[in-house]
Write a protein that binds this ligand. Structure first.
Ligand code: ATP
Ligand code: MG
Length: 548
């Protein structure tokens, strides 16, 4: 991954292991999403880490769908996850599903029962929770803990056959009810769930718990480095206990700090609520922190990868400022965006001394950062549109835009001098009149005139109407935590307006990125029709966000 910051702690560990001659067949990592929602920017961090390590050390990465909970998982999510990973620019070595291993996992459970290390418990979930004790108080053993191996084997088989109702019985590991680590107090291995699974249908009615599935799947795939977020550090002794007792391939777990980003939420449960309750228009709404949302917003894979690289990998939790994500996309778009002029709230500008009916083609760089992009032709005529906010009847000092008697340059055009204006019956200016200086043409200016302000404009006749979707942060506060997070939604996170674009944008494509002069970076939205072009604002040109 060769981060800007030098090797991260995992790279240091792996380099050392490889030097010691470990893993002659190369390292294997995995990315293990649960297909219960769309991937978000936090997942991108994990993807960049897992796939990045494999890339750096010529290893492999498996994509594994952690689909052990039939109730929340769907095929739509599986497809979006695969698409998002590819879009980010990564390729997996193989795709697996935890559900592929249900039979093997069942066999593992039987093995533990036979060793006297697992038992069927009849206690209810509430009773088990109650007997578990607290971190300072030891737990109590279940009265079913000492069932014979034979009885346990029969009961577990009957669980599988569907003879019991949900919650009636569970399979637990027999470890230590007094362990200071709560996860070792006879953790659940299997629960009964009579539910349709997105892949195995109704074949199973018992499903393994995360702790009895994850490490075992790692081991089956011979994962050398199983990397997860810090909350799982306390699960590690259990991860190791199962592998040791089962005597299977010794995969090892490593933890890193998850990505926390302000002004957004990242729990899939919360993101699902935003979608289901129509606070946003779907998982790919450009305000969502999902990869699909960022993509539709106009983020590039490069900018997301660069962001992940910048934040780095560590073992200390912190909160990353949303502004850093915006910085990364701005930096990338500045290099690649095609420039164009769009006027949002127009007033008419008439050039008194320009011949009526004449159209002249001006020339503008498509991208000043990349000469190979060439130039675009911009029609100039007697009647133009400029931004309403670029004219003032009675300007303050140091106003460099247009006012009666003042001069400005029209970008890629001419210098003009304001000679007057007209208002409607409500006192609102609708037309500004100017003279232009023919010798001041951009690129061949011999006029000797100076104009401080530069305005963007479009030719009224040739302008094409466009819809602009102006996005802001989805939440008003830095930390929209808690269950009332929806009360912090920013009511101005989406503003839709109409604009007028130069004809160059008629050829806009979904792949291309644009900078509308002085207005921000934009991309074409998939809602575009032959009737109307729709553009999303990806980000402003400068960081102007103010804390509330
Ligand atoms: P949620 O709690 O929102 O459902 P999750 O962590 O359960 O998220 P998974 O689909 O299980 O989501 O995650 C797949 C992988 O992505 C895991 O290895 C997990 O550690 C990692 N991951 C999830 N969220 C983040 C995050 N914010 N930062 C870094 N990695 C993350
Ligand atoms: Mg999870």
């Amino acid at each position: 991954m060769s981060s800007e910051k030098g090797p991260n702690f995992l790279e240091e560990i792996i380099s050392e292991e490889l030097q010691e001659g470990k893993f002659p067949g190369g390292i294997i990592t995995r990315f293990p999403p649960e297909p219960n929602g769309y991937l978000h920017i936090g997942h991108a961090k994990s993807i960049c880490l897992n796939f990045g390590l494999a890339k750096t050390y010529s290893g492999k990465t498996n994509l594994r769908f952690d689909d052990t909970n039939p109730v929340t998982e769907e095929t739509e999510y599986v497809e979006s996850i695969m698409e998002n990973i590819k879009w980010l620019g990564f390729e997996w070595d193989a795709v697996y599903y935890s559900s592929d291993y249900f039979e093997t996992l069942y066999g593992y459970a039987v093995k533990l029962i036979k060793k006297g290390k697992a038992y069927v418990d009849d206690l209810s979930a509430a009773e088990i929770a109650h007997q578990k004790g607290t971190p300072t108080e030891p737990g109590k053993e279940s009265p079913f803990r000492n069932r014979s191996v034979e009885e346990n084997l029969i009961l577990f088989e009957r669980m599988r056959q569907g003879e019991f109702k949900d919650g009636e019985k569970v399979l637990r590991a027999k470890i230590d009810m007094t362990s200071p680590n709560m996860h070792l107090r006879d953790p659940l291995m299997y629960r009964i769930k009579h539910a349709e699974h997105h892949r195995t249908g109704s074949q199973w009615c018992i499903y393994p718990m995360y702790d009895f599935a994850h490490g075992q799947c790692d081991s089956i795939e011979k994962i050398t480095h199983s990397i997860c977020t810090l909350e799982f550090e306390v699960h590690r002794p259990l991860y190791n206990w199962f592998i040791q007792e089962l005597e299977i391939y010794p995969s090892r777990q490593f933890e890193f700090a998850r990505l926390n980003l302000n002004y957004t939420v990242m729990s899939k449960r919360k993101l699902l609520q935003l979608v289901n309750e129509n606070h946003v228009h779907g998982w790919d709404d450009p305000r969502m922190p999902t990869i699909s949302g960022l993509r539709r917003r106009g983020f590039t894979p490069e900018s997301v990868r660069h962001f992940c690289d910048k934040i780095g990998i560590a073992r200390r939790e912190n909160i990353i400022d949303f502004g850093l994500l915006e910085f990364c996309i701005r930096e990338d778009l500045n290099k690649r965006a095609h420039r164009a002029m769009v006027v949002e709230d127009p007033i008419k500008l008439i050039i008194n001394n320009y011949p009526e009916g004449q159209i002249e083609m001006m020339s503008g760089e498509i991208n000043p950062e990349d000469e190979s992009c060439g130039h675009r032709a911009i029609p100039f005529s007697r009647e133009l549109l400029i931004e309403r906010e670029d004219f003032m009847e009675d300007p303050p000092k140091k106003y460099f835009r247009l006012f009666p008697g003042g001069m400005v340059r029209l970008k890629h055009g001419f210098i003009i001098k304001c000679t007057g204006f007209e208002k409607d019956s409500f006192g609102k200016v609708h037309t500004v009149f100017c003279d232009y200086f023919q010798e001041s043409r951009s690129g061949s200016d011999t006029s000797g005139l100076q104009a401080k302000g530069v305005l963007h404009w479009v030719s009224a006749q040739q302008a094409i109407p466009v819809e602009l979707r102006i996005y802001d942060r989805l939440f008003k506060v830095e930390n929209p935590a808690g269950d009332n997070f929806k009360s912090y939604i920013n009511p101005e996170s989406l503003r839709i307006t109409e604009g007028f674009a130069e004809p160059y944008l008629a050829k806009a494509t979904l792949q291309e990125r644009y900078q509308f002069l002085r207005k921000g970076y934009f991309c074409l939205d998939k809602d575009t029709t032959t009737q109307k072009l729709v553009f999303n604002r990806t980000v402003t040109l400068k960081d102007g966000w103010k804390k509330e």
